[in-house]
Design a protein around this ligand. Structure first.
Ligand code: S3P
Length: 449
């Protein structure tokens, strides 16, 4: 669905204590991968807890277009009949990945080593994002691509009829690029090697192994070296998707800044390649208890009990960036409500997300009365203390779900309401956000409703 419907203006107001249990949806990264790996396995994969956000629904539709049978059995419960590695059919339609960079980049990888051609597009946000970071390594396998200037969508990818395995060092910290190369490597004979200088989320490696591929991971002086043996027969799996730590971040951060709050967010993935935000919040003084640590669906999870906390600004270690890359927007909101300054360096990847997130947060926070400093790779937020942010403005969300949710969280603790121009992108990753937040006591509503 690339058609971006009517904008939905929303407003959040200073709220009483947030209380209750926040059951956030399934992890977006794992949901995409369940459908794609299910489509590449031979037989039926069953998925429970799938995130039914638009991004993932677009990936489900794409997998059907490549020949897999993908069926919704019930809430979050899906069945995928895969076609096997190398079994993708040539799609008869343009593959529209909507707002999803993960969807388009992983699917490009998955089809690039089959003798088929596919044309990809997306919404106005996705059509601005760079695809060269994926098509460059895919060219090494023998795939060709024809996109708009600057490697932008719409883009046609001609898969390699006779793929060769590659050895590729990912130039930027990106799990999407790593995953695209690994998925392409599935249908190349021999060993494909991906090297990442900084570790990024490792769901692809974990899940490829779970589906029966041979994946070796070594930590070396070069970085993390991941070796995949090509042409495996992937075996269908039962995947239980854990709750998304990136979605959990919104109710968690809201509870930390709204006075008197005390909430529980159960079953949140604590995968160390994803939990940098939680480490950072604890360093800022957040009262978060990680209760009942256990393993679910191959991922470490815990129930988070979160209380309103007196927070102080910190310098976030640069090497933590990859493990919290999607959480900087909401962290900058928390930083605005903390005492002192929070310094976030090494964050230039934020400029090529669903929007330029450094710019979107900086301009929006300034509109709410917060002092910001920024450069290409840095965001500095001067905190105003609990209840200290004036608010009273409208933030532009630039078709970016995380910008939209971050500013609504800020409005729950600012002096005057905070509005956003468009909350409709929230449906890409967290379709139940509004109801869930209201259930906790948050005053969030569509403007005029
Ligand atoms: C994702 C990787 C990250 C992240 C995105 C999901 C994934 O992007 O921002 O939301 O599922 O692999 P990059 O690979 O561009 O860092």
């Amino acid at each position: 669905m690339s058609a971006h419907g009517e904008p939905v203006a929303m407003t959040a107001r200073r709220s009483g204590p947030l209380r209750g249990v926040a059951e956030v949806p399934g992890d977006k990264s794992i949901s995409h991968r369940s459908l794609i790996l299910g489509a590449l396995a031979v037989g039926e994969t069953r998925v429970t807890g799938l995130l039914e956000g638009q991004d993932v629904l677009d990936t489900a539709k794409a997998m059907r277009a490549f020949g897999a049978e993908v069926t919704r059995l019930g809430a979050g419960e899906w069945s995928v009949h895969g076609v096997g590695v190398g079994g993708f059919a040539e799609p008869a339609e343009v593959i529209d990945c909507g707002n999803s960079g993960t969807g388009v980049r992983l699917i490009m990888g998955a089809m690039a080593t089959s003798p088929i051609t596919a044309t990809f597009t997306g919404d106005a946000s996705l059509r601005k994002r760079p695809m060269g970071r994926v098509t460059d390594p895919l060219a090494l396998f023998g795939a060709r691509s024809y996109g708009r200037k600057g490697g932008r969508l719409p883009m046609t990818v001609v898969g390699a009829a006779d793929p060769v395995p590659v050895r590729y060092t990912v130039p930027m910290p990106s799990a999407q690029v790593k995953s695209a190369v690994l998925l392409a490597g599935l249908n190349a004979p021999g060993e494909t090697v991906v090297i990442e200088k900084e570790p990024t989320r490792d769901h692809s490696e974990r899940m490829l192994r779970g589906f029966g591929a041979e994946v070796r991971v070594e930590d070396t002086t070069e970085g993390r070296v991941i070796t995949l043996t090509g042409r495996p027969e992937l075996k269908p799996q039962t995947v239980a998707v854990p709750r998304d730590p990136s979605s959990a971040a919104f109710p968690v951060c809201a509870a930390l800044i709204v006075e008197g709050s005390d909430i529980t967010v159960p079953g949140v993935s604590q995968n160390p390649t994803r939990n940098g935000l939680y480490t950072t919040l604890v360093e800022m003084g957040a009262e978060i208890e990680f209760q009942n640590p256990r393993e679910e669906g191959g991922e470490p999870v815990a129930d988070l009990r979160v209380r309103f906390s007196a927070l102080k600004g910190i310098e976030v270690p640069e090497e933590r960036a990859a493990s919290m890359i999607d959480e900087y927007p909401v962290l900058s909101v928390v930083a605005a409500c903390a005492e002192g300054t929070t310094v976030m360096r090494g964050v230039k990847e934020l400029r090529v997300k669903e929007s330029d997130r450094i710019d979107a947060m900086a301009r929006g926070l300034e509109a709410m009365g917060v002092r910001i400093e920024e450069d290409e790779d840095t965001l500095i937020v001067h905190g105003m203390g609990a209840g200290g942010v004036p608010g009273g403005g409208t933030a532009k969300t630039h078709i970016d779900h995380r910008i939209a949710m971050s500013f609504l969280v800020l409005g729950l603790a600012s002096q005057k309401p905070v509005s956003i121009d468009d909350g409709s992108p929230i449906a890409t990753s967290f379709p139940v956000f509004e109801g869930l937040m209201r259930g906790l006591g948050a005053e969030v509503a569509r403007t005029g409703a």
